[in-house]
Write a protein that binds this ligand. Structure first.
Ligand code: SAM
Length: 294
């Protein structure tokens, strides 16, 4: 059998035994509240890293490095990894694990003890987000990071499979909702695979999905992001209602909602699930001025 000309040395990744040993050493009891399901399978890590399409010059933001399974894979593929972890025990142990498993690239890692839903500053501007996200906060984490770190050009996240479908859904599909439209403000999202439950410890009860994204310009509009997001929230708060009815509170009355929709060129009898982000931006722009008289 012929060998490829310059085979890349295969670097070791954490397996099930390593994860359990590390957890036992830390006396760690993984919590559901923090979505602590650790990857115990090197092939899954390689798959995630390959699907992230990283350039070797990139700075990767990893949210929730946990015991370091994905961090090791990312250090092999990128110039820097900035890892944001909320659990002080895990954040405290990570540098030691990386020094042991990747002595040559350990200096390329920064560990930040913080909540990724609130973090606004990092030691290096990240160009890519790659993470096995804590499932209960996956969407707010992604939206917060895209908002606060404009240097993020692309990314690949692992989330609950159902959430992956929602994030990547387009108008008119059953799964299209607030996460899909808000994510579309920032980026083009694409589902890029499903991951089974047995590659984690502890194993979750549901499958996971991979979502890749590439940032794009938000729609051209004079409305602010907050104003556009307020229309999205109002439209989906009552998703079975027509837009004219669902946006009555937001506009001041059903008639005013009808006027704003007409000005935005949107059929008032539609439901929010039929509109793309550009249409929501046009509606926000057409919001009638609130009357000050009682
Ligand atoms: N990356 C590791 C892996 O793949 O094995 C662990 C992934 S685990 C699904 C999620 C990780 O996110 C845990 O380490 C958890 O402590 C951390 N975490 C949970 N909520 C967080 C938050 N709001 N900000 C930062 N990290 C968080």
């Amino acid at each position: 059998m012929t060998q490829p000309p310059n085979p890349q040395p295969v670097q070791p990744l954490l397996g099930a035994g390593d994860v359990r040993r590390l957890a036992a050493d830390l006396d760690l009891r993984p919590t559901k509240t923090l979505g602590q399901n650790f990857v115990i399978d090197g092939n899954t890590i390689r798959r995630i890293v390959a699907a992230a399409h990283l350039d070797p010059s990139e700075t990767v933001l990893e949210v929730g490095p946990g015991l370091g399974s994905l961090t090791l894979g990312l250090l092999d593929a990128a110039a820097r990894v900035v890892a944001v972890e909320i659990d002080p025990i895990l954040a405290g142990r990570l540098p030691e694990t990386v020094a042991k498993w990747r002595p040559k690239t350990a200096a390329n890692l920064d560990v930040v003890l913080a909540d990724a839903m609130r973090v606004t500053e990092l030691p290096h501007p990240p160009t890519a987000l790659v993470a096995n996200l804590p499932y209960n906060v996956a969407v707010p984490v992604v939206l917060n990071l895209l908002e606060n770190f404009p240097s993020l050009r692309h990314g690949l996240v692992m989330v609950q499979d159902e959430v992956a479908d929602r994030m990547a859904a387009g108008p008119g599909s059953k799964t299209y909702g607030v996460p899909s439209v808000k994510a579309a403000w920032y980026a083009t999202m694409r589902k890029s695979g499903v991951i089974g439950m047995n590659v984690f410890w502890p194993a979750p009860k549901i499958a996971s999905g991979l979502v890749g994204f590439v940032r794009h310009e938000p729609p051209a509009t004079s409305a602010s992001r907050r104003e556009v997001f307020a229309v999205i929230d109002a439209a989906f708060a009552q998703r079975r209602k027509t837009l004219r009815a669902a946006l009555a509170g937001w506009a001041g009355s059903p008639a005013l909602a009808g006027e704003a929709l007409a000005a935005a060129g949107v059929d008032p009898s539609l439901r929010g699930e039929m509109l793309d982000i550009a249409a929501f931006a046009r509606i926000a722009e057409a919001k009638p001025a609130q009357s000050t008289t009682p």
